[in-house]
Design a protein around this ligand. Structure first.
Ligand SMILES: [Fe+2]
Ligand SMILES: [Fe+2]
Length: 295
């Protein structure tokens, strides 16, 4: 069945609906009951630390967006200013308080815009490069939001298994409800760019090259210490038993949009490479500190 074309109007309506349906979650709406903090910390402490930091880094993501898309349009502006940033920052604050309730350290978000982004941002003053940056930005959004959806799904079932109904019902479920709308926004925006042939073939080629060279899993900020942390998240969520299946899920949008001509490509190889590398860095770190995963 052919896909319905995605119009800018459809995307704008989606953004408006998200704003109406999902007001930012307030800290007061959270029930802070934790039945067994030690059990929660043992199973998910590291994952919650990681997600709290990444959610709090939304403020840097907004700066990156302004750098990459100096001519940002109204729909994108409404999305990041009225929907995305206000929702994500609450996710971060709520998870940061949860991690402290579990006896862990507060998150330390990394808020510096990287040199690479600044360079790409400077080049993005040229319209053809800005379009490339825009597609990269949407693909990154789709991939990272998809990772968030998958992580919150796993955590939610885990919390229910642990009998932590307050965490599941008043923290993870409400957060989890907001992520698919973010994913859909990026997915629709990237799809519309390809479908409307906004990019010339050389620009699509450049996007592929840059994507391959700069792909990063959510929250790794192209730094090995965060890559190792992400490896720990993958392991703690039990996703390491099927990295290929996870790469397929996370890479679905870009496989379809960027690599459709590659016969039989299930997912872009750079995604699986990034996952393997993260898990290896995590295991290496465990080896060095003499600690081993028990789960
Ligand atoms: Fe979030
Ligand atoms: Fe999100």
């Amino acid at each position: 069945m052919p896909r319905q074309p995605i119009t800018q109007k459809k995307i704008a309506e989606h953004v408006q609906r998200l704003g109406e349906l999902y007001p930012p979650i307030s800290l007061d709406s959270v029930d802070r009951t934790i039945k067994n903090p030690q059990a929660v910390a043992d199973r998910y402490g590291h994952v919650i630390d990681y997600l709290a930091r990444v959610e709090l880094e939304v403020d840097r993501n907004v700066l990156e967006l302004l750098c990459l898309l100096p001519d940002v349009d109204d729909t994108n502006k409404t999305f990041y200013a009225d929907v995305w940033q206000p929702q994500e920052i609450q996710h971060g604050l709520i998870l940061d308080r949860l991690q402290q309730d579990l006896g862990r350290q507060p998150a330390e978000p990394h808020l510096d815009v990287s040199f690479k982004i600044k360079i790409l941002g400077a080049l993005a003053n040229l319209k053809p490069i800005q379009d490339v940056a825009k597609l990269l930005y949407f693909l990154t959004g789709a991939s990272t939001e998809r990772q968030a959806v998958l992580a919150y799904n796993q955590i939610n079932s885990g919390m229910r298994e642990l009998g932590e109904s307050a965490i599941s019902e008043t923290i993870i479920s409400p957060i989890k409800q907001q992520e698919p709308g973010h994913f859909a926004f990026y997915q629709m925006s990237a799809t519309a760019m390809i479908q409307d042939k906004v990019l010339r073939p050389w620009q699509v080629f450049l996007t592929r090259v840059l994507r391959e060279k700069s792909y990063n899993l959510v929250g790794t900020n192209a730094m090995d210490r965060y890559r190792a942390d992400m490896g720990g998240v993958v392991v703690q969520l039990g996703l390491d038993s099927d990295l290929e299946g996870y790469a397929r899920e996370v890479g679905r949008v870009e496989t379809r949009l960027l690599w459709a001509n590659e016969q039989g490509m299930e997912f872009p190889p750079y995604i699986l490479r990034a996952l393997r590398e993260s898990v290896e860095l995590y295991q290496e770190r465990l080896g060095h500190t003499g600690r081993f995963a028990t789960a």
